[in-house]
Design a protein around this ligand. Sequence first.
Ligand code: 3HC
Length: 291
Amino acid sequence: MTDVRAVGVVGCGLMGAGIAELCARKGLDTLVHEVDARAVEAGRDRIESSLARAVERGKLAADERDATLKRMAFTTDLADFADRDLAIEAVPEDEELKLRVFAVLDRTMVRPDALLASNTSSIPIMKLAAATSRPGQVVGLHFFNPVPVLDLVELVPSLATADEAWERIRAFAAETLGRHVIVSQDRAGFVVNSLLIPYIVAAVRMFESGFAVAHDIDEGMVRGCAHPMGPLRLADHIGLDTTLAVAESLYAEFREPHLAPPALLQRMVQAGHLGRKTGIGFYKYPVGKAA
Ligand code: 3HC
């Protein structure tokens, strides 16, 4: 166990909700930030539905669910993060927004040894670290969706991450959260998205060109390669906005033509067809059960 007991999670969308649920399930005092009361309610609903699913599936006892919810609090004011040992930023994959959040956390968190982590899947950790006065305390801590189910985290040091902060975050991820840890250099996409997103982009291009229909592309990978879901359904699951944002970061960093986001993916995001969370992407989903 580590000294990290009080955690703040910034953002309670798909990833933030899962991260907050995991932290609270592991016994941590968990404070969750969202931008306004409506977003707080949506985030709380997301967490409650996920906990209800865990109870239904026999993964969590009803009293553990209640204890988990008691360990969580919500706020719309980042000033409440003053006493946190660790903040985990999980706002949308937008560089300007993340830089602003890091600058605010830097001003807000008063503990000199406080750790600042980002769940970014593609933005350089060094850029986020440079937005603070304590770059040595900043790391990448990247989870996978659904967070309560997938037991991997990618840990990413920047060139400035201090050894002591690194050892503390590693112990937090492996021991406190019980996650399997892999380590990546601070390169766009890290390990998993560097492999996953080009594959999804290739599937979108295949669909866009009429090479095969969505169902057959997905069935090919589910039945032919035993993946739990095919690439287009997985893109819907991740969110097409996030998929596009990661593809853009990979393309910006590596400039390889096969990484360029397909026009169809851009049009779908412009149309608000973001996948499960908006009820429509490559497939349709019942509204209200989206996320
Ligand atoms: N807490 C704990 N366990 C839960 C749970 C919860 N809230 N909800 C579900 N589970 C458990 C279930 O009990 C079940 O466990 P079992 O296999 O032991 O019975 C298991 O999770 C699967 O749950 P379901 O039966 O509800 O669902 P499916 O079998 O249909 O699987 C899925 C759904 C887990 C989403 C699966 O299709 C899957 O793993 N898909 C791939 C997802 C993936 O690749 N994610 C990574 C995306 S990349 C990413 O996130 C990075 C980002 O930066 C882009």
